[in-house]
Design a protein around this ligand. Structure first.
Ligand SMILES: [Ca+2]
Length: 551
């Protein structure tokens, strides 16, 4: 096979080793065949050639010619085959908004308003309104400043004509009472937590849940400690403005949001008690891993009960989950430097197909990699777990907030102040749209008692998908420890015994010997092809197998 770099790694030309494989070469050459047709190669024109699929007779008739062309192509291997393949941009183009000159709009949160304007908050404490944010091009003239003087707004929600802002020190609500387009009424809704002035004490706020609450995740004071009230906690702010301590164990959030079923999740970042970045489920009464903030159980007893036992440093997530009833292990681990380095905003595709084939799935940003990842969640033994997949890279700055609109458009905000990012701009506001074309992707990765089931967005080439050699799987986990981060540990290599393709060619059952509870199962499906001959747009998946289903 032609072992090139993933085509979505934009700008990286493959120089890796090239091994001959006729089926792949034919796929490369389908383009050449089309070119020959265009050039008036008469006998080819008589064959009913579908683009990308030379018929069997055409293949045998022209095999010597194909082989010659193949050798020529390989000899001039400076033109990698992957350049001919579709890219992420063919399916999910990005539109970059022009930000007014002189404005530092480090995006913190989005909220679409009933009048169709998009509110975007900034880390510099401003709120801007963007008129017609779904336009083909969005110009600086469409921006108007609505509020300023707030403190690092990382949450927006709207209700009854008020815009609710989660800022570092409180949840407030603001309103334009005289209709001049600028907020003039500011009210504190709740300020029941404290700040010390430490730069790390971020407060990320959700939109409203079904009961009308805003959920706020409060970063620790730095990485290890909680120097003032409720740092390291998730709290809910009720419609009446009351604060309810909800979940302990937070370290350093990068975003908060809802799954399509209304459950609340946040992202936490690599550091103490977090071997790598992760998506975590926020359930009332639970503890999600970092005990630094647990000193506040004394004032949270009414909602939370007694302080849970601290986890044992050097242990593993699943071992501690077996010992500490309140502990909720990470839902999805994002392997460090593979999927990203700084997990951020969360958005769910509840558009019923307007954003493409991933309805019901979750999207999560990564600030360092300037990406949006995709997550498939399922509930096993009453707890969420699932797989993450690469989805889209190439955003302009460090991805922070994501917001999916019912129309099927996703707004993506960026900032890289404090932490560098692959996207080199200091800040960015962008929109990701679905082009209407369906990418060939792994759609879901479901845990089974004896392996996994993969579903695909397009039918697969049955012969290739049935070959266990089309797949490669390894497993590993992370140390659950008080010191910073963790390498991948406890690595194993399970055996994929059989791969069975369903009659509709839309799914494959992988029968695996050696599943490891508590491990990430890293799958590479390099050999899989669609029935139309394309490789997967993204060939890797990472399933966090906390629990193996009984059936
Ligand atoms: Ca006003």
């Amino acid at each position: 096979m032609v072992n090139c770099s993933n085509p979505d790694k934009s700008g990286i030309k493959s120089t890796k080793k090239v091994v001959l494989d006729m089926s792949r070469i034919e796929s490369i050459l389908s383009v050449s065949l089309s070119s020959l047709r265009l050039c008036g190669f008469a006998s080819l024109r008589e064959k009913p050639l579908a683009l990308g699929h030379p018929s069997r007779s055409a293949r045998s008739a022209f095999r010597p010619l194909l082989q010659l062309l193949a050798i020529l192509l390989l000899l001039t291997a400076t033109a990698p085959a992957d350049d001919k393949l579709p890219t992420e941009a063919d399916y999910y183009p990005i539109t970059t908004f022009e930000i007014p000159e002189g404005v530092v709009l480090e995006a913190g949160a989005f909220q679409l308003l009933p009048d169709g304007k998009l509110a975007v908050s900034s880390r510099r404490g401003e709120v801007w309104l963007i008129t017609d944010p779904l336009a083909k091009e969005v110009r600086a003239s469409q921006f108007q400043r609505f509020a300023h003087g707030l403190h690092e707004v990382l949450g927006l929600a709207q209700r009854d004509g008020w815009l609710y802002v989660t800022q570092r020190c409180d949840v407030s609500r603001i309103k334009d009472t005289d209709g001049d387009g600028v907020a003039d009424l500011f009210e504190v809704v709740n300020d029941g937590w404290e700040v010390s002035g430490d730069y790390h004490e971020y407060a990320f706020g959700s939109q409203f849940d079904k009961a009308g609450n805003i959920w706020v995740v409060l970063c620790l004071t730095g990485s290890f400690d909680s120097n003032c009230k409720f740092r390291g906690w998730c709290v809910r702010i009720t419609p009446e403005g009351k604060l309810i301590p909800t979940t302990s164990g937070i370290r350093s959030p990068g975003g908060i949001g809802f799954h399509c079923d209304g459950e609340v999740f946040y992202t936490d970042n690599q550091g103490p008690w977090n071997g790598t970045c992760a998506l975590k489920h926020l359930s009332p009464g639970k503890f999600v891993g970092h005990p630094g903030g647990n000193r506040w159980y004394d004032i949270a007893k009414e909602a939370m009960g007694e302080r849970p036992k601290d986890p044992e440093s050097g242990s593993r997530f699943i071992a501690e989950a077996g010992k500490i009833p309140e502990y909720e292990p990470p839902t999805i681990l994002f392997p460090y430097k593979k999927m990203g380095q700084s997990a951020s905003g969360i958005a769910c595709d509840n558009t019923g197909g307007k954003f493409g084939p991933f309805a019901g799935q979750m999207f999560v940003g990564d600030q360092t990699f300037s990406t949006v990842m995709r997550c498939y969640l399922e509930k096993i033994n009453g707890r969420y777990q699932g797989a993450c997949f690469p989805f889209r890279e190439g955003f302009g700055s460090g991805t922070l907030p994501l917001d999916m609109e019912p129309s099927g458009h996703m707004f993506v905000g960026g900032t890289n102040r404090g932490w560098g990012s692959r996207g080199s701009k200091g800040f960015a506001i962008e929109r990701m749209d679905w082009s209407g074309k369906t990418p060939f992707e792994m759609h879901e990765m479901k845990a089974k008692p004896d392996g996994f089931e993969l579903t695909f967005t397009e039918p697969v080439d049955t012969a290739k998908a049935t070959d266990p050699a089309s797949y490669n799987m390894t497993t590993y986990t992370y140390i659950f420890q008080a010191s910073y981060g963790s390498p991948e540990v406890d690595a194993t290599t399970p055996t994929i015994k059989r791969a069975v393709v369903a009659p509709d060619a839309r799914s494959v059952r992988l029968y695996v010997d050696g599943l490891q509870p508590g491990h990430v199962h890293e799958l590479h499906a390099e050999g899989v092809r669609s029935a139309a001959g394309l490789p997967l747009l993204h060939r890797e998946a990472y399933y966090t197998l906390n629990y193996i289903p009984a059936e």
